[in-house]
Design a protein around this ligand. Sequence first.
Ligand SMILES: N[C@@H](CCC(=O)N[C@@H](CS)C(=O)NCC(=O)O)C(=O)O
Length: 81
Amino acid sequence: MLYHSDLCGYCWKVRGVIDDLGVEVELRDIGASRDHASELREARGRTTVPVLRRVDAQGQSDWMPESGDIIAYLRSTYGQA
Ligand SMILES: N[C@@H](CCC(=O)N[C@@H](CS)C(=O)NCC(=O)O)C(=O)O
């Protein structure tokens, strides 16, 4: 899942890479959903976006902030755009 905001340029950059790579990522707009904003705040203590949330088979979440790190992870995992 990508926690993002429509008003955030860093988020658009990450979304562009997601589109280029054709990766299926659930988009969670913190500006459109108070629940999504609350989830992010509870997990990270702040609502800075973008944040990529990965959930493993045991249901454990890993929260990855920083657009550059997210893009590097997506490219290394899913191939060059
Ligand atoms: N270095 C971060 C910057 C992220 C950032 O500044 N996001 C802004 C929106 S574009 C934000 O969430 N600001 C509100 C806040 O930090 O609470 C990245 O590249 O992801």
